[in-house]
Ligand binder design. Sequence first.
Ligand SMILES: [Zn+2]
Length: 140
Amino acid sequence: MTTPLPPKPTPRGEERVYFDAAAENRLTYQTCDTCGSTVFYLRDVCPHCGGESLRLRDSAGVGKVYSYTVQNRASHPYFADRTPMTLALVDLEEGFRLLADLTGADDVEVGMPVEVVFRELDEDVTLPHFRPRGREEEPK
Ligand SMILES: [Zn+2]
C-alpha cells in the first residue's frame, strides 16, 4: 500500500506571500499604517479601517494556547497514522490568533506557552506547527 500524499493548500494572492515566508521559516502577519491594528491572515486591505497601507512583519512565533481540540479520527487518509492529533488556536504575542497543529504535548492546557516550529510538507509547502515552549520534539 502506498502512503497517501498530504492534502495541501493552493495559495493565491496574499496567501502566496504567507507560504513563501513559511518556506523560509518565517511566520508573517501585518500591521496597518493607518490605524495601527494587527492584521491576520494577510490581506490587501485592513479589515478594521479599510486602509491599504499594510506592513508585512515577522512574528517571534511565541504565544499561548487559547483553545485546543484532540482529533481522534483522520479527516484524510494521510492523517491515519498521525491520530490522535492536537489542533490548537494559538494567541501570538503580536496580537493575532492562528490555528495549527500542536505537537509534543500530551499535557496540553489552555494558557500553555508554545512556540512555532516549521515542518516542510514537501518542496512546495511548509506549514507552521506549535510545540510547548522549550521542548525539543519535532512535529510528526
Ligand atoms: Zn487599519
